[in-house]
Write a protein that binds this ligand. Structure first.
Ligand code: NAD
Ligand code: UD1
Length: 335
């Protein structure tokens, strides 16, 4: 039986494919490469020293998916494919609903047609909005403020509805906090298109000299040093969470919703300092006004993941920065 990884050429997908293969799973990658390249897969092949079956296709296209399910016996789908830029989702909401919501619905329909009813879905801590308190537990109220976040919440709801209609489905919703870092080989990593929106790739590109200066969005939040606090999690720890979920999914009865975070929040200034220390590079920065839509503090209570997945993050902030730097300095222009 095979595991289908949609979006498997992307940032989190490629790291997860490495760990799945290392854990002995047979993996198929399905991707339309709209935000990735075949080079990431070639590099994954080098890491694991085996060829990977890659199907180029779009999750919105029933026939693309049917061809895969007809050809291969797929036991579980790990569903990463989607669009993830919050700002773009505000400008182009329909593009986000089409890919993230419609694409997911088409995928679930084709899965059901082929009696594949086991899915691990990439959700996000963005579904908690501005939490009333931290750390964040899975049962906190959900509140979304932009089309990207709404698309994630909608897919969560669709999956819960599917379960109500047919409780043979096995569903794991993983809510990621802030994935950073890269594989220790430095050969695969995050490869943002254009100017990075997220903090870590912006820091790394500034350290390597691609960007002149980092803008720190606000230093007047009610946090330890006034800058935003987030739960940065090493992408390899995050990927390991998927392997743990896959190992257990058939034993879960109800849909499982699980935070994947470290439980520790770091401020923007702490991240800059940690990055400077491991890279031995200066990261010039300036304080600018807050970014619209940002919140002060967001970090997980990861104890449920420990309980039900026997998973916890192990990599430190220094390892996150070291591996991001290794990837960035070896690949200053990405793939
Ligand atoms: P990514 O853009 O690197 O990977 C997504 C992959 O999906 C890409 O390879 C892209 O080409 C593919 N894809 C997009 N639309 C597709 C379509 N219609 N058909 C087939 N393939 C398609 O993003 P990532 O950071 O690896 O994120 C993976 C998932 O995790 C996404 O669903 C994202 O929303 C979610 N997530 C990411 C973060 C984060 O900070 N990176 C945080 C929370 C949740
Ligand atoms: C962003 C998304 C969120 C998504 C998450 C993980 C927004 C509004 N939210 O959240 O939906 O789930 O990424 O992909 O985009 N910062 C700077 N300067 C920068 C970039 C960021 O100071 O150039 C600060 C931010 O203000 C924040 C922290 O760094 O305090 C982290 O930012 P970022 O990496 O964009 O993640 P989130 O804001 O958590």
């Amino acid at each position: 039986m095979k595991v289908l990884v949609t979006g498997g050429a992307g940032y989190i997908g490629s790291h997860t494919v490495v760990l799945l293969i290392e854990a002995g799973y047979e993996v198929l990658v399905f991707d339309n490469f709209c935000n990735s390249s075949r080079e990431s897969i070639r590099r994954v092949e080098k890491i694991v020293n085996q060829e990977i079956t890659v199907i180029e296709g779009d999750i919105r296209n029933r026939d693309d998916l049917r061809n895969v399910f007809e050809k291969y016996a797929i036991s579980t789908v790990i569903h990463f494919a989607g669009l993830k830029a919050v700002g773009e989702s505000v400008e182009k909401p329909l593009k986000y609903y089409d890919t993230n919501v419609n694409g997911s619905a088409v995928l679930f329909e084709v899965m059901a047609e082929h009696n594949c009813k086991s899915i691990i879905f990439s959700s996000s801590a963005t579904v908690y909005g501005d939490p009333h308190t931290t750390p964040i537990l899975e049962n906190f109220p959900l509140f979304v403020t932009n089309p990207y976040g709404r698309s994630k919440l909608m897919v969560e709801e669709i999956l819960r509805d599917i379960y109500v209609s047919d409780n043979e489905w096995k569903i794991v919703l993983l809510r990621y906090f802030n994935p950073v870092g890269a594989h220790e080989s430095g050969t695969i990593g995050e490869n943002p298109n254009g100017i990075p929106n997220n903090l870590m790739p912006f820091i790394a590109q500034t350290a390597v000299g691609k960007r002149e200066i980092l803008s720190v969005f606000g230093d007047d939040y009610d946090t330890k040093d006034g800058t935003g606090v987030r739960d940065y999690i090493h992408v390899v720890d995050l990927s390991r969470g998927h392997v743990q979920a896959l190992e257990r999914i058939s034993s879960f009865r109800d849909p499982m919703t699980i935070n994947l975070g470290t439980g520790t929040g770091y401020s923007v200034l702490e991240m800059i300092k940690a990055f400077e220390k491991v890279s031995e590079k200066k990261v010039p920065y300036k304080i600018v006004p807050r970014r619209a839509g940002d919140i002060a503090t967001c970090f997980a209570d990861p104890s449920y993941a420990k309980k039900v997945l026997d998973w916890e993050a192990t990599k430190t902030i220094d390892e996150m920065c070291k591996d991001s730097w290794h990837w960035q300095s070896k690949n200053p222009n990405g793939y």
